[in-house]
Write a protein that binds this ligand. Structure first.
Ligand code: SHN
Ligand code: NAI
Length: 228
């Protein structure tokens, strides 16, 4: 049995929480972009000694985004429910983590999995459908590739299906078990029907994964070979 990924997936109503982001450089901008792409109305306070222009520009289109131009203070945690640390100062990250821990706040520290209580994921979005991908930090690049694979494979019409299902869901009668039965029947085609995937597509996917494995093995053996 291979090792399992022990992370627990959940979808946060981030708009109900106060987010503190420390660091307004490249990595801070990446984190902020990820937050606002999924949850644009979130109240985010960014504390940083300096801000990239692109990050300042985001504040213009997001009224609940607040920028505070100074170094991080422990009291910044007073108004936070969840914390992202993305500065270029590892010692500061350890201090933020310790102070947040004492207050039982959850923290994500850029580039430091050991200090993280949670990780960001690669996200596939088709309207109301959202798929989050985690490799447990083993390879964010593979997470990114799987995202692209799913973006391509999942039909855009899925969002329309979701809209229709909401209507049907509100209309089907009966007790809980009867409802589950009829909703399963309506959606059976999605999971097993011919609309799902042709044998040729499945085969192509296996070949692509196989060749990635082969190239990966070759690269790994080159990278880790002892010098002669
Ligand atoms: C643990 C985690 C913690 C966290 O950040 O939350 C983490 C950690 C680290 N990332 C590193 C590097 C890179 N990260 C990316 C990209 C993404 N990284 C993201 C998440 C995560 N990254 C969490 C685990 C997610 C998982 O389960 O896999 C994504 C999914 C979401 C997001 O950040 O928005 C986003 C893809 C978004 C998309 O496009 O779909 C790329 C590729 C690129 O940018 O093209 C590279 C360079 C190539 C490479 O290294 O693979 C390094 C080494 C830094 C160094 O070398 O110094 C560390 C630290 C370490 O591993 O020690
Ligand atoms: N840029 C990238 O894509 C990558 C960066 N990294 C690492 O991630 C770290 C961050 O990188 P960048 O965001 O590019 O750096 P950056 O220099 O662009 O941003 C760092 C930000 O932290 C702020 N800061 C510093 N001390 C602070 C303090 N005491 N309080 C509040 N804010 C403070 C700075 O004002 C700045 O805005 C670096 O250690 C870098 O080596 C690693 C991999 C890739």
């Amino acid at each position: 049995m291979p090792d399992q990924n022990p992370l627990f997936p959940a979808f946060l109503k981030l708009e109900n929480l106060r987010v503190l982001l420390v660091g307004g450089g490249n990595v801070g901008l990446e984190k902020l972009t990820a937050i606002l792409r999924s949850s644009p109305d979130t109240a985010v306070t960014v504390v940083s000694i300096s801000f990239l222009p692109d990050l300042r520009a985001l504040a213009a289109s997001h009224p609940r985004l607040q920028l505070i131009e100074r170094g991080w203070l422990e009291t910044d945690l007073d108004a936070a429910d969840i914390v992202f640390a993305a500065t270029d100062d590892p010692a500061l990250h350890r201090r933020i983590k310790a102070a947040a821990r004492a207050r039982r706040l959850l923290v994500n520290v850029a580039d430091t999995p050991d200090l993280c209580d949670f990780y960001l994921s690669s996200v596939v979005q088709k309207g109301q459908l959202k798929v989050a991908i985690s490799t447990n930090g083993k390879s964010p690049t593979v997470a990114k590739r799987v995202r692209a694979m799913l973006e391509e494979a999942l039909p855009d019409e899925l969002d329309e299906v979701l809209q229709q299902m909401t209507v049907i869901r509100n209309k089907v009668a009966g007790d809980f078990a009867a409802k589950v039965k009829s909703l399963n029947a309506v959606t059976a085609e999605l999971a097993g029907g011919k609309a799902y995937e042709s044998p040729a597509t499945k085969k192509w996917r296996r070949v692509a994964t196989g060749s990635l494995l082969a190239v990966g093995a070759l690269l790994a053996s080159r990278l880790f070979r002892r010098p002669e």
